[in-house]
Design a binder for this molecule. Sequence first.
Ligand code: NFE
Ligand code: MG
Length: 459
Amino acid sequence: MGKILSILDPVTRVEGHLRLRLRTSDSRVEQAMVQGTMYRGFENVLVGKHPDDARIICQRICGVCPSSHGIAAADAVERIAGATLLPNAHILRNLLLGSELLHSHILHFYHLCLPDYLQMPEGSPWGPSVTLDRRLSPETTDLLFRHYLEAFHQRKKAHTIGALVGGKMPHCSGLALGGMGTRLDSQAVDRLAGLLEELLDFAVSTMIPDAHTIAEAYPDYFLIGKGTGNFLCFGAFPDPATGRDLFPAGFRPDLPSTGSPVLPVLLNQVTESARYSWFRQEGERHPLEGETLPEREKAGAYSWIKAPRYHGRVCELGPYARLAMLGIVEANSSVMGRIMARVTETALLVKHMKRWLEQYQPTEPSLEAVDPPKSGFAVGRTEAPRGGLAHYVVVREGLIERYQIVTPTAWNCSPRDDGSEPGLLEGAAEGTRLRDEGDPIEVLRIVHSLDPCMACSVH
Ligand code: NFE
Ligand code: MG
């Protein structure tokens, strides 16, 4: 059989603009090219701005993970200033970030991913439905569709937590240099406790069982869409008393090799390559020396996403990577492995959010104002819903001189690097066997398992 080139554009049920070029041969994906097709330029917008503006401007990178960007931006500037946070500030930021992960994970599982497996109702906004490889009975389909609708209400609860803690949602106003400008009164604490209880119940009694239902019907997807086995986490959710992160930073290479250790991660070992990106750049660059020089006509380039690598390795970031740092998963990732990791993390996180809320002291402050730094550099980091997020910031004479952002979707959906090594999603798709070369549902399921946010990736 000859070679077939298919172009999926736009890939739907992802945030932002993703084009996928597939070359298939003998019912296999021979080559996959993931393209971020929109340029945004936030890194250049930030140059020359006051360092305290970064936490506001960066939240506009995305409506799904604005608090992650705000926290990473604040963290970078606070590190330059040498600031430490009060326990209440850690608690409020953990609740803010946690609400974002909960909202995003429910959105992803029910509204972005489930329609790959479920026959949806005919007509707008559901149809046309996926037609290939549907394995669920009509009764199960009805049940999961009812949960699909219920999930909208659960997402609202997660957003309400973000609004109570951050002042508004999305793009919260409460994040301040040195902590949080918001405070919770006892009424707000009670309301948050109730919302968290309801979300825990939904995660445990509905979301996890629904994911098991899909996994039992599609067990072959534990072998489809495998990553490189290299996992990276930047760390987030510090304990208010000890500072120890719930999701620790780390690098776990070569899973599932036995005894693969969690190695310390050094953010200054990250490089970005732009050989196949529409940017003018010679060789690999450390983000603290990175530039954003768009060049749309560059020969051979095919994406607005740069290609981040750690020690030259193609790494996977996100819920699966976070559980790998905790030793909860020990195997390589896959389509179904990622889906199960995301729902597992949802329940785990709500339990810790309940605990942090109990530690909140309403009479204690949550902010110790910090003078914006005049000069210095630092890497701000956190764990966004889709994985580790790093903001590399240089300040000189009181203004931002350089701002480089490396997002989780840039790691997961990067183009090829200087060595022409495919990005994580590209590699996960290549080699996949297809039932129907004209309708590559397997690839769509691989894409969605990584929950791409192209808006973030092209920032
Ligand atoms: Ni736009 Fe984001 C998350 C970040 S993805 S959603 O999660 O950063 O790269
Ligand atoms: Mg960048």
